[in-house]
Write a protein that binds this ligand. Structure first.
Ligand code: MRU
Length: 353
């Protein structure tokens, strides 16, 4: 694969009786392999095991998963039962990224609007809906890049965490879309990438994407962020988000909150880049965001090798919440939310009361 080859994080093959193809992100950067998902259990497993990951990509995969879940229905009653079972089942795969629940709700609402239609029409229309979710995400990521690039200047050093790139979305990414757009505009950035313990999404995925795009990328351990900031190498931090509450509190990969605090201590602006599908305006603040806890083996046996005593107690929250007060602006496809406040969020997202 050359660095110009387009990478498709996920794609649907065939008509309503087709299947989903995903890049198995657990194998990157060593191996590029796609997997075929013909059953809803395979989609659930792929989300759970982070073969497909990143908030928007999880939502898109789940929408296609619903199409697989209703594929074999023989009549309307069976289809409705399968729809309800499929959406409930996929909702148990991961708890934090709201895009998953947003996409499942959208698929359910579309199905309800088709009551009484022949099931072949419902199946085809739900596939169209999943494809719309997919295509809209591509467009939103593009727009986020354009808005976000206005914040960056030629020659700046920027830090990102986890992977908010094309692999986490339909294409381009959110935080990485900002870097890609800035580069397309002729700005040379020096991007620092936190490796993102314990699963190394920064090292394995973000570094891979940046290198493929010939962006000046430097990998650091998560614990090095303060030192790199003190050395004056970072002028802005941009990360993605998995769920943003009505007041702007933002959940993202574990370690994001500490970076935001460090950015504040060094007077460096900290930005979140996220599409409107990542906002959960039903919750007032970040205290209501469910934080996924993952297995202790991710810490004690990272990538197959034991690195801690087998009987040590482990705590492994996969996300943390950065309070809105640490976020200089949220970059959305609708524009910048700055300053981050309940009123500005509603206004920019078009929910002004
Ligand atoms: O556990 P992951 O890899 O799914 O976590 C992903 C992140 O935290 C991303 O930063 C977030 O989903 C934004 S992706 C555009």
């Amino acid at each position: 694969m050359s660095s110009n080859d387009k990478v498709e994080t996920l794609r649907w093959v065939g008509n309503a009786d087709g299947h989903l193809v995903l890049i198995d992100q657990t194998l990157l950067p060593v191996e590029f392999r796609e997997i075929d998902c013909h059953s809803i259990e395979q989609v659930w497993e792929a989300i759970k095991q982070l073969r497909v990951r990143g908030a928007p990509a999880i939502g898109i995969a789940a929408a296609y998963g619903v199409c697989i879940g209703i594929r074999d229905a023989a009549d309307e009653a069976a289809l409705l039962a399968q729809l309800s079972r499929s959406t409930a089942y996929l909702a148990t795969s991961r708890p934090t990224a709201v895009n998953l629940f947003w996409a499942l709700d959208r698929m359910k609402a579309k199905a309800e609007s088709l009551a009484g239609q022949p099931i072949s029409v419902v199946q085809a229309t739900l596939l169209d809906e999943a494809k719309s979710i997919h295509e809209e995400d591509r467009a939103m990521c593009h727009a986020i890049g354009k808005h976000g690039a206005t914040l960056l200047r030629d020659g700046q050093g920027v830090l990102t965490h986890c992977n908010a790139g094309g692999l986490a979305t339909a294409e381009y990414g959110t935080a990485l879309s900002v870097f890609f757009t800035a580069q397309d505009e002729g700005k040379h950035l020096r991007v620092f990438v936190g490796e993102t313990r314990p699963l190394l999404q920064g090292a394995r995925l973000t570094a891979w994407e940046l290198c493929r795009r010939n962006i000046d990328a430097t990998l650091i351990c998560d614990s090095m962020a303060a030192q790199v900031m003190r050395e004056g190498k970072i002028q802005a931090v941009i990360t993605g988000a998995d769920r943003i509450a009505a007041n702007g509190d933002s959940a993202n990969k574990i370690g994001t909150y500490s970076i935001a605090v460090l950015a504040r201590a060094h007077n460096i602006p900290f930005y979140i880049a996220a599409p409107s599908s990542t906002f959960d305006l039903a919750i007032a603040d970040g205290s209501a965001i469910p934080i996924e806890e993952r297995s202790s083996e991710e810490i004690t046996h990272g990538f197959g090798r034991q690195t801690a005593p087998a009987d040590v107690k482990v705590y492994n929250p996969a996300f943390d919440v950065t309070p809105a007060e640490y976020i200089r602006a949220i970059i959305t496809e609708q524009g910048l939310i700055q300053p981050v406040s309940v009123a500005n969020i509603r206004q920019v997202l078009g929910h002004a009361t």
